[in-house]
Design a protein around this ligand. Structure first.
Ligand code: B12
Ligand code: SF4
Length: 569
């Protein structure tokens, strides 16, 4: 039986959100390795970012996956393939399934013969065997628990060898789950996901080793929170350091974690020694009220948040902060507060987005109870300038403020100030130079660009957008001069320069010529009332499969802050 994995992400979104970079569809490599070889299935992979739909060959089964925003393109490709291969069986899984399940929208995936909601490793083999035997598996498979990552098999060697060079470095999944419960985050809706499920450290190293031998030098460690289990995180970095010493490989790593990293000096130093370079941290807001509203408790530190971010970066990490605009608690000064926060934290990059309500989250429930969900079917996690939430702040405040924010952040003088501040911050005696080329690797980037016409077009477009303001070139040159001047104080300054330029040009490209009409957002009509902010029923138990004490604590934090807003109405 021939089985084709088909990855068909939304072309517009994947081009704009990833800036021409293509990351490997890890689900396909992972699931392929859990299909027993002796079952005799012939496996192949097609990625519509790389080959056209017309190149997808015949198969008996097509396996597809995606996130909510991929819905339109993914179903269009499935429909085309169905028309071309009418006897084939179509199966879909991935975030779109578990998210649509929560939204009560699985019917939108009726076009597929089988749907898998949850982790696929333990079910994929059985599903295919039944299809091969002419049996009819159930239309919807609800996987009852998270897969035990200790049983994870190495990613499929054959597909990896064949396709790895098409992607920017490689993605290795290292853990699943996060012990926190931010109001907006849908990590909690996966079964038993409020704790870390870890891949054993020796397996992480084995994956990195195998890929390094195929020439990969930059890695994304996919997880929800790398330090959700700190004992395990220490074990992983220890194993990586030992492996680097043994083999001489020097890969650079990007991962996701929380601000709590600052509490563990030893871990930060070891992470540098094991190649960690860029860290995504959900900062979300520099406004303590907004953080309380969303129950991002770990970010409400006794110490100053910018000071903590500086301390983490003092080791040489580049923190890419997630920033969210549109919390109910945001003051009309929210964009000003964000700019001050970015400058004071000496952050090189920043990734702003508008608050959206993902199905299954307490935020989604609150917005629904408050009648503030808008056109929800269409606006689940799509482009950055649209949202399914009706905001408390007036639309004009958000739109005008956002546009002003991106113009100020794109400005060369502002960028240079942050670049210089980042360098000054490395002087405190904590800096651990990275051994390796760095995650934002120019060589790797150009190599992957040259392989793909669309990506190359993007690169040219980026350069055009950047050079449209000639002052940008002046400040870029000034940044390079700073690197040269400080070369004895800061080893690896060129690596930092490349990341800075990458982040800055991305920002410019993504927001180039942004206009009010680009925003598909709305605010509450008329005066904001208590029922809009803290609707009746929000405090009720929801029966989530998470310890009660934790869900109550999240609601307690959120409600405490919402009551303050109500008191001021
Ligand atoms: C790594 C990652 C990225 C990387 C992608 C790298 C890559 N291509 O591998 C980067 C940084 C590029 C990224 C970007 C974005 N991401 Co992201 N990302 C993740 C993360 C942390 C891990 C995904 C992963 O690889 N997991 C490992 C694989 C093995 O898991 P999996 O895909 O879920 O597959 C398993 C099951 O779902 C199932 N399965 C999957 N497919 C199929 C198919 C079949 C047939 C079957 C049977 C089973 C099955 O089996 C697999 C094994 O168990 C997830 C969070 C999470 N923990 O899931 C968010 C997540 C997927 N991202 C998300 C979002 C929103 C984004 C962005 C839109 C953010 C933004 N605003 O810019 C962009 C979109 C970029 C784009 N256009 O592609 C959301 C999606 C929400 C949704 N329901 O739509 C998630 C879930 C995070 C969240 N909770 O908000 N992301
Ligand atoms: S810390 Fe991050 S992953 Fe964890 S619940 Fe909050 S937003 Fe989600």
């Amino acid at each position: 039986m021939r089985v084709n994995f088909v990855y068909a992400p939304d072309p517009f979104h994947s081009a704009h959100q990833n800036f021409g970079n293509k990351y490997m569809p890890i689900w396909a490599f992972v699931l392929a390795s859990h299909i027993d070889e002796d079952a005799g299935f012939e496996l192949d992979l097609f990625d519509t970012r790389i080959s056209g739909v017309e190149e997808i060959s015949a198969a008996d089964v097509f396996l597809m996956s995606g996130m909510n925003q991929d819905y339109g393109h993914m179903t269009e490709v499935a429909r085309t393939l169905k028309a071309r291969y009418p006897s084939a069986v179509f199966v879909v899984g991935g975030p779109i399934c578990w998210s649509f399940d929560k939204a009560g929208r699985l019917g939108a995936l009726d076009l597929f013969d089988h749907l898998v909601v949850g982790d696929g490793e333990d079910v994929i083999g059985g599903l295919l065997t039944r299809i091969a035997a002419g049996d009819r598996p159930p239309r919807i498979t609800q996987v009852p628990e998270r897969f035990d990552l200790a049983k994870a098999r190495p990613m499929h060697a054959g597909l990896m060898r064949k396709y790895v060079e098409h992607y920017y470095g490689a993605v290795v999944e290292v853990s699943r789950g996060c012990p926190f419960l931010c109001e907006f985050c849908d990590i909690r809706i996966m079964k038993d996901n409020n704790r870390a499920h870890n891949k054993p450290p020796e397996q992480v190293v084995a994956d990195v080793d195998r890929l390094s031998r195929l020439g990969v030098s930059v890695f994304m460690f996919a997880c929800d929170n790398f330090i959700g289990d700190r004992v395990w995180a220490h074990a992983v970095v220890d194993a990586l350091v030992a492996w680097r010493q043994r083999t001489g490989f020097r890969p650079s790593i990007f991962t996701w974690l929380t601000i709590n990293l600052y509490k563990d000096e030893e871990l930060m130093v070891k992470m540098r020694h094991s190649g960690f370079d860029m860290l995504f941290i959900g900062v979300e807001s520099f406004d303590a009220n907004s953080l309380l509203e969303t129950a991002k408790v770990q970010n409400r530190t006794k110490e100053d948040l910018p000071e903590i971010l500086r301390r983490i970066q003092a080791h040489g990490f580049v923190v890419t902060p997630g920033l969210i605009f549109g919390f109910d608690s945001d003051s009309p000064r929210l964009f000003e507060v964000a700019i001050e926060g970015l400058e004071r934290s000496a952050l090189l990059t920043g990734n702003p987005s508008l608050l959206i309500a993902l199905p299954g989250t307490p935020l989604y429930r609150r917005m629904k109870l408050a009648g503030r969900l808008r056109d929800a079917d269409q606006h689940i996690g799509r482009f950055k300038f649209e949202s399914n939430v009706r905001y408390v702040l007036p639309r004009e405040t958000l739109v005008n403020g956002y546009i002003d924010f991106v113009q100020r952040v794109s400005n060369g003088a502002h960028q240079y100030r942050r670049f210089e501040a980042y360098h000054d911050n490395l002087d405190g005696g904590r800096y651990v130079p990275l051994e390796g080329r760095g995650y934002g690797n120019l060589f790797e980037y150009v190599r992957s660009m040259l392989r793909n016409r669309v990506a190359l077009g993007h690169l040219l477009h980026r350069m055009r957008a950047f050079a449209a303001d000639p002052r940008n070139l002046y400040y870029a040159a000034k940044g390079l001069a700073l690197v040269v001047r400080r070369r004895r104080r800061v080893r690896g300054g060129l690596r930092i320069f490349v990341i800075w330029m990458y982040g800055w040009t991305n920002f410019v490209l993504q927001h180039w010529r942004i206009r009010p009409e680009d925003f598909d957002i709305e605010s509450v009509e008329g005066p904001v009332e208590a029922r809009h902010v803290l609707p009746e029923g929000y405090a009720d138990e929801t029966g989530e499969d998470i310890p009660l004490g934790k869900t109550r604590a999240q609601r307690r934090n959120t409600i405490t802050q919402l009551r303050r807003i109500v008191a001021q109405l």
